[in-house]
Design a protein around this ligand. Structure first.
Ligand code: HEM
Length: 342
């Protein structure tokens, strides 16, 4: 479709294709429409009760999820070399705010109530994402820049997608447990299930998807932890991402952001990315964040003085990525037609 020049028309045609039960847009190439008819549906093993609980869980824990996905997983992606190099050298790498907004669309649609139901939007968002990934698999091997730095011939394999899942779902799961946030077994199972369905919709075959969090943690220790390392592209992306969040400027300094990243990911990662130390902010994060959690969870009556700052910051972060600072709907996902040029 890229070689045939069909992509701009497809991007226009599928803009109005949003809800899971929307008919497929008209005017798609026949083979593409036939492909979408096959994959644009829930897997037979999906459990609606668990998915409903996952949506409810996502709502209840949204504050932590925003912080962990945004500043934890988002920055971790920059020390996953294959991902950093793909993202940097694809067309979207040139506009990180737009890209971050699109990735947020995925997380946002995934966490909405009824996301997987006919009136929800997640099945469509996941399928659009799968098509974007397919386009990238075709395009990046034509990029001289990417080819010069990549250690693979085709990017974004199912294995790569599982690695990214561990930087998102498995990472967040571990942090919620480490932070002793109330997180009953039924929530844990529901959260895992929503990710199982999500990665399957992104094309990962059922047999490779972890069945339990114990399996996920074991797989993550095997496939994610050992590959984390800095790269030129990753360092540049991290700098851009952290620069974006600094735009919000609600009294939250860059030093605070750097230290929050160090707190959730480790000093080793912070050093790799050259995140300047701010020891006052480090002390604040390490004492006030646990107190903020206790207070929010009703486990302590003492409200930290900086509660308001944290709350406003999280809200602003969400607004920046979802709406790019203006009001309106989420950023539509479109198929790229080229790579980043330099
Ligand atoms: C695009 C999510 C795995 C590289 C996207 C988009 C979403 C997304 C929502 C569309 C937004 C956009 O157009 O920028 C995910 C999720 C993953 C995953 C949820 C796994 C759970 C990966 C992996 C790689 C990757 C493993 C590379 C190794 C890319 C690239 C783009 C993209 C290069 C296109 C950027 C552009 O040029 O616009 N992904 N992704 N993704 N993803 Fe992924």
């Amino acid at each position: 479709m890229i070689d045939g020049g069909h992509v701009p028309a497809i991007n226009t045609a599928w803009a109005a294709w949003v809800d899971n039960n929307d008919p497929l847009p008209s005017g798609l190439p026949t083979e593409f429409a036939a492909y979408l008819r096959q994959v644009n549906r829930m897997p037979s093993w999906a459990d609606p009760a668990k998915l409903a609980r996952a949506a409810d869980f996502n709502r209840r824990k949204d504050t932590y999820l925003f912080m962990l996905y945004g500043l934890g997983s988002g920055i971790m992606s920059t020390v996953i070399p294959r991902e950093a190099k793909s993202v940097y050298w694809s067309a979207g790498g040139a506009d990180m705010q737009d890209r971050a907004a699109k990735t947020f669309t995925f997380g946002y649609d995934l966490s909405q109530r009824g996301a997987f139901e006919p009136t929800g939007q997640f099945v469509v968002t996941a399928n659009k994402t799968r098509v974007v990934h397919a386009a990238v698999r075709h395009l990046l091997p034509q990029s001289p820049h990417w080819k010069a730095v990549a250690d693979e011939t085709i990017p974004i394999s199912a294995a790569d997608i599982l690695v990214t899942f561990h930087s998102l779902g498995t990472f967040v799961h571990r942090k919620l447990l480490d932070w002793k946030i109330p997180y009953p077994a039924a929530d844990q199972e529901a959260f895992l299930h929503s990710w199982q369905v999500a990665v399957n919709l992104l094309g990962v075959p059922y047999e490779h998807i972890p069945r339990t969090w114990a399996e996920a943690e074991a797989q993550s220790a095997r496939v994610l932890t050992p590959i984390l390392t800095p790269s030129t592209e990753g360092i540049a992306l991290a700098e851009e991402l952290l620069g974006l969040t600094a735009q919000i400027d609600l009294g939250v300094t860059r030093g605070f952001l750097n230290e929050f990243v160090r707190y959730v990911l480790s000093d080793e990662v912070g050093d790799w990315l050259g995140l300047r130390r701010d020891y006052a902010a480090a002390a604040l994060v390490r004492t006030v964040w646990p107190a903020f959690i206790l207070f929010r969870e009703g486990l302590s009556p003492v409200m930290p003085g900086t509660f308001y700052m944290f709350d406003q910051f999280i809200r602003a972060l969400a607004m920046l990525f979802l709406n790019k600072g203006s009001s309106g709907t989420t950023t539509p996902i479109t198929i790229p037609t080229g790579n980043r040029r330099g």
